[in-house]
Design a protein around this ligand. Sequence first.
Ligand SMILES: [Zn+2]
Ligand SMILES: [Zn+2]
Length: 254
Amino acid sequence: MRIKVLGCYGSEMPGYKTSGFLINDDTLLDAGTVVSVLSVEDQLKIDNIIISHTHLDHIKDIQFLADNVIGKRKRSINLISIHGVLDVLRANILNNIIWPDFTTIPSVNRPILKFLPVKEKEELNLGDVTVKPVKTTHTVEAVGYVIKDKDGAIVYTGDTCHTDRLWKTAMQEDNLKAIFAEVSFPNGMAELADVSGHLTAEGLNEELRKMNRKQVPVYVFHMKPQYLDIIEKEIALLKNRRMTVLRQGDVIQI
Ligand SMILES: [Zn+2]
Ligand SMILES: [Zn+2]
């Protein structure tokens, strides 16, 4: 599995883009950043978008991607998540008010976007990879994912505060190769992290103790860019060698 980091921050400012990861060229894991990074040719290769939750920093480029590729590809792009997340997207974004309902355009039978719901903790087969959503702890309904292919599995937290379900599910994977975990705020802002459903570096360190997989690398994303320097220092102070702070453009091969 090849994972390209299109954006990996908790907000947007010059040089920093919101969360979006490209798996094996055809599957997006969250879509906070897509169209400003990928050429239209590469955008046309995308068949699946796996969505953790409906906060804008994870979904905003779905809309522009649909706009860019409509009329240029025949198959629909699958929007994959649990029912609750897709329902919010339908009611509040693709509602013909905020943005056209691209699940009915250009026609109801052959739309450019198609909802593909998956039940929590059920595995959905997407060809080369399978995805399994697991609920996390956030301010809106949100899931993380276990994503697998023949090379192994990764776990992606999406946005979360302290949680047990995801780690328990991840521990069932014998061939876990990488953890993609959020850290949004500095340790000194733990209270804000808590109320906004996020983690600090110390918070993530506590979470990782729930897993008996000390050798699996941890890739940290979703840092609020205005606090990136502090967060990087705090992660370094943990002296946890398996932790790497992701940067845009990184490619992780497992
Ligand atoms: Zn969020
Ligand atoms: Zn977020």
